[in-house]
Design a protein around this ligand. Structure first.
Ligand code: NDP
Length: 272
């Protein structure tokens, strides 16, 4: 059997997902065909329906389709219903398209050997789709507090309101303005990536052990602007490459039932 898989986005050429899944395929001896699909918003619904009607097994969904893909699914995990977005679709039966999200578990898995989330004060910078998608998995690790800050107050208030009132979330969800303790883990969930010099217009307290994590990642040794900034405060800073691999592994498991080995380096992708 050959699994028909792919990733859908606009743009999509930059995606490392085909290389990652081809490494998983070789490692597990599971036969896959994994393609990049450049799909515009206007063709998204038809594309997803046709892909699964024609025997497709699974899709990764990336920007800007993570929320809009939900129009085309027949069922979704409780996590997807909570965050309102998905990054993985799969179909085990005809006429069924199931939506799930592996971004949060990808982050938490990657953080396992980098810092302790339990009892930590976790600050998230950004209130967009990825901030929303990581909150439930961070919450499941029982942090001391989840603190959020964002450029636009409107989007910040919406996100805080949504998760403070969610019965599934047990942590206190606070804004940085109302918070005065030391932060143990700072996660950059903005889309600033490599643009210019990173800075944040509100102060927060850190200590020698504070870990800095950027959801953005580089394909080479270049550092993101957030990590350049973080390196003045701490030597514990990481980009989101590990999360990228972990979220892909969780998707591969949803499709095939097999969780692949995730010890992959950036150079392995360039050589694949
Ligand atoms: P969204 O577009 O949903 O959200 C963008 C966020 O960035 C918003 O909070 C926005 O603030 C903020 N922002 C944008 N520009 C600036 C700026 N100049 N200054 C301050 N804040 C800014 O993006 P996503 O949440 O989906 O993605 C964020 C990043 O996470 C991307 O770089 C993406 O590649 C990465 N990512 C990585 C993954 C991985 O596997 N490693 C998985 C998922 C995402 P405002 O509300 O004010 O507009």
């Amino acid at each position: 059997m050959k699994y028909k898989l792919g990733v859908v986005g606009d743009p999509i050429e930059h995606s490392l997902s085909p290389q990652i899944h081809n490494i998983f395929s070789k490692q597990t001896n599971i036969n896959i065909e994994y393609q990049l699909y450049h799909v515009f918003e206007t063709s998204l619904d038809t594309f997803i329906k046709d892909f699964f009607d024609e025997g497709g097994h699974g899709l990764n969904i990336t920007l800007p389709h993570k929320s809009n893909c939900l129009r085309s699914v027949t069922n979704a995990s409780s996590l997807v219903n909570l965050i309102g977005a998905a990054n993985t679709l799969h179909s085990k039966h005809q006429d069924e398209i199931f939506a799930d999200s592996t971004d949060g578990i990808g982050l938490v898995e990657d953080l396992k050997d980098k810092c302790l989330i339990t009892s930590a004060n976790v600050l998230i910078l950004g209130a967009g789709g990825s901030a929303s998608s990581i909150i439930p998995d961070l919450d499941a690790c029982k942090p001391r507090n989840i603190i959020i800050d964002n450029r636009s107050k409107h989007n910040l208030d919406k996100l805080v309101q949504r998760f403070s009132s969610a019965k599934e979330i047990n942590s206190s969800i606070l804004t940085l303005e109302s918070f005065n303790e030391e932060i143990d883990l700072i996660i950059n969930a903005t889309s600033m990536g490599f643009s210019g010099t990173f800075s944040w217009n509100k102060d927060f307290k850190t200590n020698n052990e504070t870990v800095f994590y950027d959801l953005s990642y580089s394909k080479n040794d270049n550092q993101t602007s957030f990590l350049n900034w973080a390196s003045q405060f701490s030597d514990k800073y990481f980009d989101g490459f590990g999360m990228l691999i972990q979220q892909a592994a969780a998707a591969f498991e949803l499709w095939t039932g097999v969780l692949p080995e995730t010890k992959i380096r950036k150079s392995d992708l360039l050589n694949d």
